[in-house]
Design a protein around this ligand. Structure first.
Ligand code: WQD
Length: 316
């Protein structure tokens, strides 16, 4: 869509090749795919020997907070080692522009719920720790070799699907996150939503988050690539809308978009959850010339189109 030719390397531990095939259909462009684990340095070396890269967007990583608490070694091994191997191979091939998929979870508990990039990182779970450690590794790399140009994008809560309804979120097993769970209740795959707490000090007692449409998120990556920072620079940017929505507001918006009821039951708070946080996106607005354009209603409409056309995800 933005004129780039794309090469994907993925071990498919949490995805399949089907979305890549559908992207080829949507764009009319081939996607070169290597089914490798980024920790396999000889395999990654082979990819860089065969391809000629202008830059790399590093999305690969495990990302379920709950899983990271029960499997911290798996998260440190996968998320950190894959990044270290990737940077080592990039350096050998003099590919020095990197956009890294980081996360708002690096902030942890802050004095203000409006997160800004100047805040010190204070993650409170292993997943967030891996993202914060990787950001530190990348900052040190830039300090050591000023030919690197690295941008870390701190995602808030990605939701929605491509407007075509062809590609969308298809988590393995029981969804950890709110939006895919709501989609699966709406399509009848799950009987009800469990609302984790309605006794927070928020607009309606439920958790408040900054939900960002996945298409806006993707465009944020293009903006970061095209911003092409100064050599030796390491920069972080919040990718969020700048406002929050509660669990009940998400449920109501999805009911409107789908015309379906979303039965729910209120349960105790989920451990590790914060009441409210959302992005201050002004740095990305200003320096990347990027801001969200889609709304919660857009994300619910696109999410419902994806889920209703693919009730069993890509297996459909
Ligand atoms: C959102 C709100 C829950 C599920 C996650 C992870 C991480 C990061 C951002 C990338 C909270 C409530 C949820 C459910 C519920 N992604 N909820 N019932 O925890 O804000 O952040 O996404 O870095 O993956 O940190 O997202 O969707 O799990 O929760 O009531 O079945 O919905 O309590 O208030 P979270 P979430």
């Amino acid at each position: 869509m933005s004129g780039y030719s794309v090469v994907v390397a993925d071990n498919l531990c949490n995805s399949s090749v089907e979305p890549l095939r559908r992207i080829e259909k949507l764009t009319g462009q081939p996607v070169t795919f290597y089914n490798i684990d980024l920790r396999d340095e000889p395999a990654l070396e082979n990819v860089f020997a065969q391809e000629n890269f202008d830059g790399v967007i590093h999305f690969a990583g495990l990302k379920a907070v709950g899983d990271s608490v029960t499997n911290p070694l798996g998260y440190y091994d996968n998320n950190l080692l894959s990044t270290i191997v990737l940077c080592r191979v990039m350096a050998r091939h003099n590919v020095k522009q990197l956009v890294f998929s980081s996360s708002a979870t690096v902030y942890g508990i802050q004095a203000s719920p409006k997160y800004v990039e100047t805040m010190a990182m204070a993650p409170v779970n292993p997943y967030g720790h891996t993202k914060a450690m990787i950001e530190q590794i990348l900052a040190d790399l830039c300090m050591s070799d000023p030919t690197w140009r690295i941008t870390a994008l701190r995602y808030f809560n990605p939701i929605g699907a491509h407007p075509s309804g062809l590609i969308g979120e298809d988590p393995n097993g029981i969804p950890n996150n709110l939006f895919p769970f709501v989609m699966q209740v709406a399509v009848g795959k799950r009987p009800e939503l469990i609302v984790f707490g309605n006794d927070y000090d928020t607009v309606d007692g439920t958790g408040v988050r900054d939900y960002i449409h996945v298409v806006d998120l993707a465009l944020g990556h293009i903006a970061a690539l095209e911003h092409d920072p100064e050599p030796g620079s390491y920069a972080t940017y919040n990718l969020g809308s700048g406002s929050g929505s509660s669990v009940f507001e998400v449920v109501d918006a999805f009911k409107t978009a789908s015309g379906r009821d979303i039965p729910y039951k209120v349960a105790p708070r989920r451990s590790g959850d914060l009441a409210i946080y959302y992005a201050d996106p002004s740095k990305a607005n200003r320096l990347l010339n990027w801001k969200t354009a889609k709304t919660l209603a857009d994300a619910c409409a696109d999410g419902w189109k994806w889920q209703s056309q693919n009730p069993n995800g890509y297996a459909s």
